[in-house]
Design a protein around this ligand. Structure first.
Ligand SMILES: Nc1ncnc2c1ncn2[C@@H]1O[C@H](COP(=O)(O)OP(=O)(O)OP(=O)(O)O)[C@@H](O)[C@H]1O
Length: 785
């Protein structure tokens, strides 16, 4: 009876140990939940069944922890008489842990009541141990309850964190997930709905408490009535003890109330927080809505821009389509054109094939012609020589020297130069037509003519040398008129400035190279000067005064005029340049009033050519005399005396002898006065007969040299044999001239034939008496080898 009372007083207010650790899993206690956590249907059912059990336990009925409750039910006797096994079973931690709090309290009450009932108030040791254990368990549960409250606080904090994280989740779900927002907003409402339930529970608890108290009072009254007689004194003590317990229970209740208030406060705070969160969420929602509006606007803008872009693209597509169409047309046209071109190509190809066939035929003809080339070449050579012969053996070229640097502004005597070899000079003393004189030469070169142009016209003479002719090219004119320039070129001449000498030999080597398959040529050079009618070897190795040399008067073409002069074989133009430069260094020069470095002698470069016909085996000989004559000025004009006068007299004498020989040859005189001077003697083989002679008449254009120039021109005109007098009756004159020319040509041919016969005789004689002629040992100086 007492046990059940105590059980009623303390039943179900303290949850056991396990209910703190594993919420809702231990029988007899409701699962631990936060005040704001909504309960599921199952949980709610369980909680109400727990409450029922607690109520049942107050009336002594069995609940879910039936076995443990039974362990602490001791109705058969006093606690002091409890067997050791029962006590040890009760003291087992498992039993203590699982026993309901009401049972524990009833055990405490029972033991205390028993101790009051005893006279000496002693409690057996094992019961005291049990009491201590039970009290410790109760204390533990109270502290556990405190911990539970603390844990609840922590849970609240955790929930707060959860809410915060949910807010964050909500933020990320900016698209505005309505479901989430609903959950957040519904939660506080559930909390609100649960709050009355909690209050209701409290009320029920209070009623139970009242009921318990009334039962307790009734019990006390019964005990009091029952034992008044025996324990009047102890009654007071028990009463005090009971009051003490009641106070303890009241303080526990107070604590519970405090916890409740704290819990409520916390609930309120949570509510506030929830509202704050709700407000924040609302603000966020508003923000998101405005964002949504913005994005909607943006979408609209994008839609409009996309629409306009679509329009422009469709326009572009149209343009592209039309462009493609035009391209397609163009392609079609191109294809037509290409087909036409192909046709054209085929035609062209066909015509090409035809032309190629034609060309093949022509090439064959050419090949045949090439086979006859050698014959044609010989024919040409013959024809060329015939043309030369017909033109006359002495040809006269006139060359007008340009004004020298520093002579600018000087007046010229040259009035005009015609392409046909006509030269008109003006007498400065007689201006106008009266003072004009016209001369006709084979060719006239103006002041601007280059060395190359001049040589181009004399190149055929060089070819004649290689063909076995004797050629004489000499320059005539007053001092300073350009004789040396034409024959040699200026000092240290470049290839462009080379005169006739170098170009002639260069050309000679070229021709001999070109003919190397048919002819083998050997070339030797002699350089002599005639000074004061004496012949001097300019290439002699001797030191000291030059040796005077005799001149042999020979008429055969391969003979040497100056056999004592050294002969120098040459293989290239460089050899020739070296030799000629060396010879000219040794030439006699001195200053005159007209030229600072006037040549006072006639220089003669003689080139001996021997060619072996590789096919026939016989030899041909050709001589080339390149003569730079001394100045032809009048003695009085050169203002010389003494030695210079003597030199001038010799020069003039030799020049007039040359003139006499040339005139004799021109007039076909039976006697040609070669022997009148050393100059004509040396040149004998190259003047007249089969020889070809070319005279350069050099002219100084300066008016101060007019009279000299005039006499030079008159001399040259006589040499050329061409008279250009006053106008003649052209037809008659022409006919007479033609007849005369025919006569001359016939005479020439007869003379040639005579000479040839004579030469053949001589050759025959030489062959008998001199073995070199048949090609084994030629006569020419150093060419003899
Ligand atoms: N065609 C020309 N072009 C340029 N300069 C020239 C020409 N002809 C001659 N000369 C120059 O005129 C000057 C005299 O020429 P060059 O010495 O050849 O005369 P020359 O008749 O040989 O004289 P000399 O009889 O006294 O030896 C030289 O300085 C020469 O370079």
């Amino acid at each position: 009876m007492a046990n059940s009372n105590y059980e009623n007083q303390s039943g179900g207010n303290l949850s056991n140990k396990n209910s703190n650790t594993t919420a809702g899993n231990v029988p007899g206690d409701a699962p631990l939940r936060g005040p704001l956590t909504p309960l599921s249907g199952e949980e709610r059912r369980k909680a109400s069944s727990d409450l029922k059990n607690q109520q049942q336990s107050t009336t002594g009925l069995h609940h879910g922890g039936h076995n443990f409750h039974e362990v602490f039910q001791w109705k058969q006797g006093r606690y002091a008489d409890l067997p050791g096994a029962k006590i040890s079973e009760m003291m087992k931690s498992n039993s203590l842990d699982n026993a309901p709090t009401q049972s524990l309290l009833s055990v405490v009450n029972g033991i205390l009541d028993e101790s009051l009932d005893r006279k000496n108030g002693e409690i057996p040791h094992r019961v005291a141990c049990l009491l201590r254990k039970v009290v410790q368990e109760i204390e533990r549960r109270i502290s556990t309850q405190a911990d539970h409250l603390r844990t609840q606080n922590n849970l609240f904090k955790i929930r707060e964190e959860k809410y915060k994280s949910r807010i964050r989740v909500l933020e990320t779900l900016a698209a505005g997930n309505g479901e989430e927002i609903k959950i957040v907003t519904v939660h506080p409402q559930q909390t609100k709905t649960e709050s009355p339930k909690v209050e209701e529970n409290q009320k029920v608890e209070e009623k139970v408490k009242d009921k318990r108290e009334s039962v307790k009072e009734t019990d006390k009254h019964e005990i009091h009535e029952h034992e008044t007689s025996k324990h009047e004194i102890d009654k007071q003590a028990i009463k005090q003890e009971t009051e003490k317990h009641i106070r303890e229970i009241a303080s526990l209740k107070q604590e519970l109330e405090m916890a409740k208030t704290i819990h409520e406060q916390q609930c309120l705070e949570m509510q506030k927080e929830t509202e704050g969160v709700k407000a924040g969420l609302q603000a966020r929602l508003n923000e998101l809505e405005s964002l949504l509006n913005d994005s909607n606007n943006r979408v609209k803008e994008l839609k409009t821009s996309a629409k306009s872009k679509c329009q422009s693209w469709s326009m572009k597509v149209n343009n592209y389509q039309s462009f493609m169409d035009s391209q397609f047309h163009a392609m079609r046209d191109l294809r037509f054109t290409s087909d036409a071109i192909k046709q054209e190509l085929l035609k062209t190809q066909k015509s090409y094939f035809e032309e190629f066939n034609l060309l093949e035929v022509k090439l064959k003809a050419l090949a045949d012609a090439a086979g006859n080339y050698r014959e044609v070449l010989n024919e040409n050579r013959k024809l060329f020589n015939e043309i030369q012969d017909l033109r006359g053996n002495i040809r006269v070229f006139c060359r007008v020297r340009p004004f020298l640097p520093g002579q600018n502004g000087k007046q010229t005597i040259v009035e005009s130069i015609g392409d046909n070899g006509q030269l008109v000079v003006t007498n400065p003393a007689k201006p106008g037509k009266e003072g004009q004189k016209t001369f006709k030469f084979n060719k006239v070169f103006g002041p601007a003519a280059t060395q190359g142009e001049v040589f181009a016209d004399i190149q055929p003479f060089i070819q004649s040398v290689v063909d076995g002719y004797n050629v004489c090219i000499f320059a005539y004119g007053q001092t300073g008129s350009g004789k040396t320039y034409t024959m040699t070129g200026p000092n240290d001449a470049t290839e462009e400035e080379w005169g006739v000498n170098f170009r002639a030999l260069n050309n000679l080597f070229k021709i001999s190279q070109n003919r190397r398959s048919t002819f083998q040529y050997e070339v030797g050079v002699q350089v002599v000067e005639i000074y004061n009618d004496q012949v001097r070897d300019l290439l002699s190795n001797r030191t000291g005064p030059a040796k005077k040399m005799g001149v042999t008067s020979i008429s055969q073409p391969n003979g040497l005029a100056v056999p004592d002069a050294s002969m120098h074989p040459v293989l290239s133009t460089t050899d020739v340049i070296d030799l000629i430069n060396l010879g000219f260094k040794n030439r006699t020069v001195s200053a005159t009033a007209l030229n600072e470095r006037s040549s006072r002698s006639h220089s003669i470069v003689t080139v001996h050519v021997r060619g072996k016909d590789l096919k026939a085996g016989n030899y041909i000989y050709g001589n080339l005399h390149l003569v730079d004559l001394a100045g032809s000025e009048r003695v009085d004009r050169s203002e010389v005396t003494g030695d210079r006068l003597k030199e001038a007299q010799h020069i003039n004498k030799s020049l007039s002898s040359l003139g006499d020989v040339i005139f004799a040859l021109a007039q076909k005189s039976p006697h040609v006065p070669y022997r009148n001077s050393k100059l004509t003697q040396v040149l004998q083989s190259s003047l007249g007969g089969q020889a070809k002679t070319l005279m350069f008449v050099q002219l100084n254009p300066d008016v101060t040299s007019y009279s000299e120039s005039l006499s030079t021109l008159k001399f040259a005109e006589r040499v050329s044999g061409v008279e250009l007098g006053a106008a003649r009756s052209s037809k008659e004159g022409k006919d007479v001239k033609e007849l005369m020319e025919q006569m001359a040509s016939l005479k020439d041919t007869i003379a040639k034939k005579d000479e040839e016969i004579e030469r053949l005789h001589l050759l025959k004689d030489l062959k008998n008496g001199y073995p070199g002629v048949d090609g084994e040992q030629p006569r020419t100086g150093s060419l003899r080898n």
